[in-house]
Design a protein around this ligand. Structure first.
Ligand code: NAP
Length: 305
């Protein structure tokens, strides 16, 4: 099979230029010996979702990963949507089966798989920071595994109330100024972009005095280096899950949906290892770039003295 005949998979959204998905999936294709059959790249796009759907069908794109801002809007345009994705209200994974577009949500699996490597979730008290799409995936996931949502901390109370109503939660609805109450949770999950590059990079939604060594702190913010929250949680001896781990674990599920390959234990291990390797390479590359920029910055300063 030639390159042009390969089945195309895409991560779609804006911005996706720096997405790790192509590197992770292409590494996994190689690891499972299907790199001559599948190819994964980015489609950085800001057009209407209807046009995007038409193009996926017209071009016969095999699989897509949707990120911001399309995850919610795509749901009503698909031919079939998995029950879990319907409950979460968002689709991040689309599979094109002969022109029939099927939608799934693998974000919740990325959250649950990451947490279950650290602890059983049954009966655990979970506090959520934020009330958007990632919060919905987190709430669905931890409830599914028998945990209890005790608190949701968010900026806009109406959003929290709506979320709690939709999931039938009987939890405390709190403002971000009440965050000290998160200390009594077993697991705290930040689903706001606080700490994200370009948003509030050096900030944390959970000051370190309210973190303890008995807790698990999960930051969904996608960053190759530790966010401020992850740094401080590590300092306090808490167990941590970073956003890149969620990206990796959800991508493993996405890989098997896109390729149709059987997710045997052996295949899963190979995919996980390949994807982990791709993330590590990207991390090293980014560190080199930062070093280079710092060197150039110092030379510039020296010149201007
Ligand atoms: P969303 O639906 O827009 O929800 C964002 C939530 O964060 C809302 O509750 C919003 O509060 C709150 N928020 C936004 N900016 C804030 C600020 N400056 N201060 C305080 N609260 C703020 O977004 P999303 O899709 O859930 O994504 C949230 C984050 O998760 C993003 O950083 C995204 O990149 C990340 N994410 C990561 C993964 C992964 O695999 N690691 C997957 C999905 C998402 P209001 O209710 O007041 O608006």
């Amino acid at each position: 099979m030639t390159t042009t005949e390969r089945k195309k998979c895409l991560v779609i959204g804006h911005p996706v230029i720096h997405s790790l998905s192509p590197a992770m999936h292409n590494a996994a294709y190689k690891a499972l010996g299907v790199a001559d059959e599948f190819d994964y790249s980015t489609w950085d796009v800001q057009s209407g979702i209807e046009e995007i759907v038409e193009e996926i069908k017209a071009k016969g794109i095999r699989g897509c990963a949707f990120t911001m801002p399309y995850k919610k809007d795509i749901v009503s345009l698909l031919d079939w949507v998995d029950e879990t994705a319907k409950e979460i209200g968002a689709v991040n994974t689309v599979v094109n089966e002969g022109g029939i577009l099927r939608g799934y949500n693998t974000d919740w699996l990325g959250i649950v798989d990451s947490l279950e490597r650290l602890s059983d979730l049954k009966g655990k008290k979970v506090a959520i920071i934020g009330a958007g799409g990632a919060a919905r995936a987190a709430i669905y996931g931890v409830l599914e595994r028998g945990a209890i949502i005790t608190d949701i901390f968010n900026r806009t109370p109406e959003h929290t109330e709506k979320l709690a109503r939709e999931f039938g939660l009987n939890c405390a609805i709190r403002g971000l100024d009440e965050i000290k109450e998160a200390r009594s949770a077993d697991i705290v999950i930040n689903t706001t972009p606080i700490g994200m590059k370009g948003v509030a990079e050096d900030e944390t939604p959970l000051p370190k005095e309210f973190i303890g060594p008995d807790q698990i702190v999960f930051d969904v913010v996608y960053s190759l280096e530790d966010t401020q929250l992850i740094k401080e949680a590590k300092d306090k001896g808490a167990k941590v899950v970073a956003g890149t781990e969620m990206v990796l674990r959800q991508a493993v599920h996405q890989f098997f949906l896109h390729t149709g390959i059987e997710p045997t234990e052996d295949n899963r291990k190979k995919v996980e290892q390949a994807m982990e390797g791709a993330i590590e390479e990207a991390r090293e590359e980014s560190r080199k770039e930062i070093k280079q920029e710092t060197k150039e910055g110092s030379r510039e300063k020296e010149k201007n003295r």
